[in-house]
Design a protein around this ligand. Structure first.
Ligand code: TYD
Length: 204
């Protein structure tokens, strides 16, 4: 068993099933005696919750750059106040979305300059890079049918947008194969969970 902290992130387009998988992994790790912290971006707690509310529910115009800075502000707070302290205490931190979401959604999806987003991501996180990242890959039609008709501001961005986001994730995974594992998310929940547990177990 490890007693060193670990930071694992869960990524993919809306409706890919990552949150379910994160919870199943948390259950598995807790049952095996690990101390696990489950968290998310945007909006883990406190200030982040306020930022999340703007990002998902503000109904006025939001420029793509302003949107990027809001996600980044949330991230900076989250890393400083929750992720770093927890990892330093030796906990396993499982985070629903992180830096790759900004590259995929604001970079590939909205067209914000990716080089500049990489710099801003680094500013927000310092040297805290995920030890492991899962990208749950699924086609946009299936993911949209899972999301349904009650959509938040981001989910209402359309099919073309989500195709670009999906490609963004696949490009990130291709460029960082050590850190980023692509999981075929069209399979059953239990099949996917077995693969996730296996990858994490091998890593530990
Ligand atoms: P959320 O309800 O948490 O969606 P999900 O359950 O799919 O994770 O909403 C978060 C939304 O914010 C989601 O549409 C992805 C988007 N997002 C970005 O566009 N950029 C980011 O950096 C992050 C963290 C999230």
């Amino acid at each position: 068993m490890i007693n060193k902290g670990l930071f694992v992130t869960f990524e993919g387009i809306d409706g890919c099933g990552k949150t379910t998988q994160m919870k199943l992994l948390a259950e598995y790790l807790t049952n095996h005696g690990y101390e696990v912290v489950i968290t998310r971006e945007p909006g883990a707690k406190g200030l982040g919750e306020k930022i999340r509310d703007i990002l998902l529910h503000y109904d006025g115009e939001v420029s793509s750059k302003a949107e990027s800075f809001l996600f980044l502000a949330d991230r900076a707070q989250h890393i400083d106040k929750l992720v770093n302290p927890s990892v330093k205490e030796g906990k396993i931190v499982l985070c629903d979305r992180h830096t790759d979401s900004t590259i995929a959604y604001q970079g590939y999806g909205r067209g914000v300059d990716i080089e500049q987003l990489n710099v801003l991501n680094s500013l927000a996180v310092g040297n805290r890079v995920p030890d492991l990242t899962f990208v749950f890959d699924i086609d946009v039609e299936t993911s949209m049918s899972r999301v349904g008709s009650e959509m938040d501001r981001m989910e209402a961005s359309g099919k073309e947008f989500f195709n670009k986001v999906r490609q963004g994730y696949l490009d990130i995974a291709a460029s960082e194969p050590e850190r980023v594992k692509v999981i075929d998310a069209k399979r059953s929940v239990s099949e996917i969970s077995r693969e996730v547990v296996q990858i994490v177990s091998e890593m530990m």
